[in-house]
Design a protein around this ligand. Structure first.
Ligand code: ADP
Ligand code: MG
Length: 246
């Protein structure tokens, strides 16, 4: 489903991703753990070509992201084609990133195409799915952080993405609002949504992840089931990290 192969990425002299290989099965949940600065956000951003790789490639359902291959040569896609590919990949950010001047339902419909009535109906269904049917006409400033993040999740689902990326979706929330967002994510996972989630919520990872990967200094040092990675980590780096967050 998603194939990340040999991905390298540097910013100036700083090599942030040092050869990442990761396969994500359709319908599975992959949780990425790792210390601050280890490259987690960069890895997510590479998957939808918000960052260009220096080497390696990403494929989603066989389709090369950001490039077209002709023989052995790669040509970067045009902006319009890149935007088209991004429509298949939902992205939920730490800071919600809703449009402040649009209502909840307008935020969800913003990128949708098709007959107005069908678009509206689908957006309301999505808001219902995240428990916000009654907030469709509210503006972001009238919603709690947890509610805003649930609108952002509804928006990420609006285009029926093949994959949804979450970058620390609960890190900016007050502790009492974390649960409602994790509940929505748990429901998505149960419904078979393919998800890659960067989070420090170890309880969520243990319960929901099919695979946990541990990223440290730009390398995937460990990957396995929650039991393997959380209960019997093989690497000192993983053990040291877990001892701080558990
Ligand atoms: P994480 O999400 O694991 O905290 P990031 O992927 O955000 O890590 O960042 C990894 C490293 O890359 C950090 O040292 C960060 O400062 C650096 N970095 C990230 N984005 C950029 C950028 N656009 N320009 C320069 N350095 C960056
Ligand atoms: Mg980050």
């Amino acid at each position: 489903m998603i194939e990340i192969r040999g991905v390298h990425k540097s910013f100036g002299h700083l090599e942030v991703l040092k050869g990442i290989d990761l396969t994500v099965a359709a319908g599975s949940v992959t949780v990425i753990l790792g210390p601050s600065g280890s490259g987690k956000s960069t890895l997510l951003r590479v998957i939808n070509h918000l960052e260009k790789v220096d080497r390696g490639h990403v494929r989603v359902e066989g389709e090369l992201i950001g490039y077209r291959q002709v023989g052995t040569k790669l040509y970067e896609l045009r902006e319009r084609q890149i935007l088209e590919q991004r429509r298949d990949i939902g992205f939920v950010f730490q800071t919600f990133n809703l449009f402040p001047h649009l209502t909840a339902v307008q935020n969800v419909t913003e990128a949708m195409r098709g007959p107005r009535e069908a678009v509206q109906r689908k957006a309301l269904e999505l808001l219902d799915r995240v428990g916000l049917a009654d907030k469709a006409a509210s503006y972001p400033r009238q919603l709690s952080g947890g509610q805003q993040q649930r609108v952002a999740i509804a928006r990420a689902l609006a285009l029926d993405p093949k994959l949804v990326l979450f970058d620390e979706p609960t890190s900016a929330l007050d502790p009492e609002l974390v649960g409602e967002v994790l509940d929505v994510m748990r429901d998505l996972a149960k419904a078979g949504t393919t998800m890659i989630v960067v989070t420090h919520e170890i309880g969520f990872a243990r319960e929901v992840a099919d695979t946990i990967v541990f990223l440290d200094e730009g390398r995937l040092v460990e990957q396995g089931t929650p039991a393997e990675v959380l209960d019997s980590p093989k690497h000192d780096r993983t053990r040291a990290f877990l001892s701080k967050v558990l």
